[in-house]
Ligand binder design. Structure first.
Ligand code: ZN
Length: 68
């Protein structure tokens, strides 16, 4: 039986679902989805966040503590 109220997973492969790097929440076509891309060792890397807040929080945590 297909649950007609569930549209999660329809047309969304598991490999298309990303976890927020800050809170670990699974991101499925979220309008607040943020992707940070950078290049490391010649490879493109991606980090996904469920919202701008999580992106900022992750950034703040990974910053060098310059205020100690
Ligand atoms: Zn998050």
């Amino acid at each position: 039986m297909v649950d007609p109220t569930s549209d999660l997973g329809e047309g969304v492969d598991e490999s298309d679902a990303h976890e927020c790097a800050n809170c670990g929440e699974t991101i499925l076509q979220s309008p607040t989805h943020r992707v940070v891309t950078w290049v490391e060792d010649g490879e493109a890397r991606h980090r996904h966040f469920c919202s701008e807040e999580c992106r900022a929080a992750y950034d703040a945590e990974s910053d060098d503590p310059a205020d100690e």
